[in-house]
Design a protein around this ligand. Structure first.
Ligand SMILES: [Zn+2]
Length: 49
């Protein structure tokens, strides 16, 4: 299954924000990539209503 299709199945009920660079991420997989590439380990979540 293509990665894009898997992502569409994820619920977009929150966004992740990096505390180091304020980068915003919709998917936890993007957060994981960001941690690996940039070494920014701390993020917080903002609920979307
Ligand atoms: Zn960052």
């Amino acid at each position: 299954m293509p990665d894009a299709m898997q992502r569409q199945k994820e619920k977009l009920n929150r966004v992740y924000v990096c505390t180091k660079c304020s980068g915003m991420f919709l998917f936890n997989s993007d957060v994981q990539d960001h941690r690996e590439f940039f070494g920014h380990l701390e993020t917080y979540e903002i609920p979307l209503n």
